[in-house]
Design a protein around this ligand. Structure first.
Ligand SMILES: [Zn+2]
Length: 113
């Protein structure tokens, strides 16, 4: 369950951000996570609940936006959304594609008071 180590890192960032903005309590965290990260939202929520205990992020609502995987073909330049695991250009069938989206993992917003 790699969600645990991810959440550990996220809580560090949340703590720092909350300090910078003078928040005493974090109520909502919005995350953008690329489909390639293969995050299980339930597992991430659970990890957040466990690791968030006793931190500024305790009890915060976690909203996860999954970013679909996108790729660009190195042969014909067309861009397309990758379904599951088929990294093959939908226009020309080339396998020489570069992933452009789907690996991101960052905090979109933090709300609190
Ligand atoms: Zn192509």
């Amino acid at each position: 369950m790699h969600e645990l180590s991810i959440v550990e890192g996220l809580i560090d960032i949340i703590r720092e951000t909350a300090q910078t903005h003078g928040l005493n309590r974090v109520e909502k965290v919005t995350l953008r996570i690329g489909a390639m990260r293969q995050i299980v939202p339930d597992a991430l929520n659970f990890a957040f609940e466990v690791l968030g205990k006793g931190t500024i992020a305790e009890g915060a609502e976690v909203v996860i936006t999954v970013v679909p995987t996108k790729a660009r073909c190195g042969e014909c330049g067309s861009e397309f959304t990758v379904d599951d695991c088929c990294f093959i250009c939908t226009s020309c069938g080339s396998g020489g594609v570069v992933v452009t989206e789907g690996k991101e993992l960052y905090i979109d917003s933090i709300e609190g008071e």
